[in-house]
Design a binder for this molecule. Structure first.
Ligand code: IPM
Ligand code: MN
Length: 354
């Protein structure tokens, strides 16, 4: 029995989560596993009505589950940063989900802006460090609001944090068994302390424990260029938190858009949290036009982590069938189907599999 905490969150998050849970029910029936869910109303609306961002014991509550399924966090009536830091980043940090895992994969039938690239060219995964770097909120401000204002914001890099992330990435690259190439993305030519720590650890660990994995390196600016020009060069990428945030929005675009981009916040020894990587899309809220595939792919990643590999593979194949044969576009309101119809199509495709 898998116990799953569900946080639908803000904006279009709840509509997408409904479709994911629909697919979960179908997968459970087909693959013969059982689960129970408990919903948490954490998000912007609850904050606006109660003044509380998250209960004090939120992380302890969530630790009792096998996995967490998240819609989206972010509300147009709440100042930027409050919910992001107070819910999303706080949970990632307190649950020590030190990996943010984001596959970039072009599914059949999906329009790629890179006209001549197909599904065989776009299939890599970004392992983003998820608990350090500029996200720790270290720094300060002087003379705020005056012409002499000074602000300092520091990125934190620790050997332990870097090492556990690198090991996860080397292992994942080995398991994928695609080109067996792990690319470190950083900016070692400018970030001569943090970047240098990553570079040394990358080579030391690779040499000592992963001699079968080829090591490659790209500066983050060059990496963005190659995402567009030669995405087929990448298999597994490992990078720091802020760079990972930036390049995976680009990754989402080259796999067809936010409508299909999923991610996992992973604590390999604890409880992990799975979410579409896009935001809460307030302008589409409640219209039934948002694409639930990103949320459904996140559900697939969750089942993979829960040890339900055949269910995860089945869901991915069903998604491919839907992108390949049904959807006109991945964009919200341009799919040719409503949010709920797309969920139904995935369930149907899953049911038809041998
Ligand atoms: C993401 C988001 C978050 C991040 C924001 C909402 C704090 O952009 O999950 O990529 O920067 O990590
Ligand atoms: Mn982001």
């Amino acid at each position: 029995m898998h116990s799953i905490a569900v946080i639908p969150g803000d904006g279009t998050g709840p509509e997408v989560v409904v479709e994911g849970l629909k697919v979960l029910a179908a997968a459970a029936q087909k693959y013969g596993f059982t689960y129970e869910t408990e919903h948490f109303d954490w998000g912007g609306d609850r904050y606006l009505s109660t003044g509380e961002i998250l209960p004090e014991d939120a992380a302890d509550t969530l630790r009792k589950f096998d996995a967490i399924y998240l819609g989206a966090i972010g509300h147009p009536d709440v100042a930027p940063g409050i919910l992001e830091k107070g819910i999303l980043l706080r949970l990632r940090f307190e649950l020590d989900q030190y990996i943010n895992l984001r596959p970039v994969k072009l599914y059949p039938g999906v329009d790629c802006p890179l006209k001549d690239k197909g599904p065989e060219d776009v299939d890599f995964v970004v392992v983003r460090e998820n608990t350090e770097d500029f996200y720790v909120g270290s720094g300060g401000v002087m003379k705020k609001g005056t012409p002499d204002e000074v602000a300092i914001q520091t990125g934190l890099t620790t050997r332990t944090g870097v090492e556990r992330c690198l090991r996860y990435a080397f292992e994942l690259c080995r398991r994928r068994d695609r080109t067996n190439t792990l690319t470190l993305v950083h900016k070692t030519n400018v970030l001569t302390y943090g970047g240098d720590l990553w570079w040394r650890a990358f080579n030391e660990i690779g040499q000592a424990d992963y001699p079968d994995i080829k090591r490659d390196y790209a500066h983050v600016d060059a990496a963005t260029m190659w995402f567009v020009k030669n995405p087929e060069w990448f298999d597994t990428i490992v990078t720091s938190n802020l760079f990972g945030d930036i390049i995976t929005d680009l990754g989402a675009m080259i796999q067809g858009g936010m409508g299909i981009a999923a991610g996992g916040n992973i604590n390999p020894g604890g409880v992990s949290m799975f979410e579409p990587i896009g935001g809460s899309a307030p302008k589409y809220t409640g219209k039934g036009v948002i694409n639930p595939l990103a949320g459904i792919c996140a559900l697939g990643m969750m089942l993979d982590t829960l040890g339900e590999q055949s269910a995860a593979d089945g869901i991915e194949k069903a998604v491919m069938q839907v992108t390949g044969t049904k959807l006109k576009s991945l964009g919200a309101a341009r799919m040719g189907f409503s949010t709920s119809e797309v969920g139904d199509l995935v369930v149907e495709a899953l049911a038809q599999q041998a």
